[in-house]
Write a protein that binds this ligand. Structure first.
Ligand SMILES: [Mn+2]
Length: 332
């Protein structure tokens, strides 16, 4: 057995007929991949399954919807009580699931399966593996405990997508020998080329043009060795407000500049809503900054936001938080 919780989770699933799975707010490859893979396993057991998400699925992950539609729902209006079980995947908190702090956790049976070290254990049953590279890799271990052989593209392709996404295509140190073994097993059934094409070779033209503006504003904080850029909502709007653009350029450039610890891309998405994508180059734990900015993530990639402040003050707040965390991490 990989996990002591595996049999208990299986028991809850066997007792349920109608099961909800989630993709977290601003879903990434690991979120969508883990939901789509688990959906297939549950369908195979004759369960009725719905995958819900508070946001749209980003364009570069839409190809995974060929394995089943993902329903964008408004959490405050959704009737959870028509369902027997909710399995929350890759989500460190209920807030991350619902994307609305006014919506309380519904009192239905809930299982949490996640790999974020900051997970608040908001489920009735929580399966957490904070050392593992992706929730999709965790699921492979769980499926082994359930005696499920991964056969067929409909399980393998979503799982490999999540593993590639959360490891930055196997770059981060969390991608260890076990991750490569898992990927090797999946390769027999997964369409790796399709995944790479969608994740890394399908940038929208408008998105790339926006990167130009972001790079134009690139600055360095030489006291703490981080790079950053900020763009206002007028510029963001000029290119059609491509939400995914910020994390794309963060992945490509902001964790790759020689001599720096980390990078931040700050975008004023709307009046009073400023988001920041953080990427570490050196192993500096950027999730600590994200957590203090109403967000979260991992050591190598994290995101946060500032709500209700004018743009210039939001930028200032982000820098203050970043510098405080820098000071502390230096001290320790
Ligand atoms: Mn993940």
């Amino acid at each position: 057995m990989n996990y002591p919780e595996s049999s208990e989770i299986l028991k809850l699933i066997k007792e349920a007929d109608r099961i909800l799975l989630n993709c977290h707010s601003r879903p990434d490859a690991d979120s969508v991949g883990s939901a789509q893979a688990l959906r297939q396993v549950l369908l195979g057991w004759g369960k009725e399954v719905k995958v819900i998400c508070p946001d749209e699925i980003p364009r570069n992950l839409k190809f995974l919807e060929k394995f089943g539609a993902i329903d964008k729902i408004i959490f405050r209006d959704f009737n959870f009580f028509e369902w027997d079980l909710l399995i929350c995947l890759d989500s460190s908190s209920w807030q991350r699931v619902a994307a609305d702090s006014d919506v309380k956790r519904p009192m239905i049976k809930m299982v949490v399966i996640d790999h974020h070290k900051t997970n608040t254990q908001f489920g009735d049953l929580n399966l957490l593996d904070p050392g593992i590279a992706a929730t999709c890799q965790l699921l492979i271990n769980l499926f082994k405990d359930w005696d499920i052989d991964i056969k067929g593209s409909e399980v393998a392709t979503p799982l490999l997508t999540g593993i590639i996404g959360d490891t930055g295509a196997f770059r981060f140190p969390e991608a260890d020998a076990e991750t490569f073994k898992a990927a090797l097993d999946l390769m027999e059934f997964a369409d790796k080329d399709e995944i790479i094409k969608n994740l890394y070779q399908s940038y929208e033209l408008e998105s790339v043009k926006l990167w130009g503006e972001i790079l134009e504003n690139l600055e360095i904080n030489s006291e703490y060795n981080y790079v950053w850029s900020a763009i206002g909502r007028d510029v963001f709007g000029k290119y059609g407000s491509p939400v995914g653009s910020k994390s794309e350029i963060a992945d490509i450039i902001f964790q790759s500049i020689k001599g720096t610890e980390f990078g931040m891309v700050i975008v004023e998405e709307n009046d009073g809503y400023v988001s920041v994508s953080l990427r570490s180059r050196s192993g500096f734990d950027v999730s600590e900054i994200a957590e203090k900015l109403d967000g979260g993530g991992h050591r190598w990639a994290a995101a946060g936001k500032v709500i209700g402040l004018p743009f210039d003050r939001a930028i200032k707040k982000i820098h203050n938080v970043a510098c405080d965390v820098c000071k502390n991490q230096k001290r320790n």
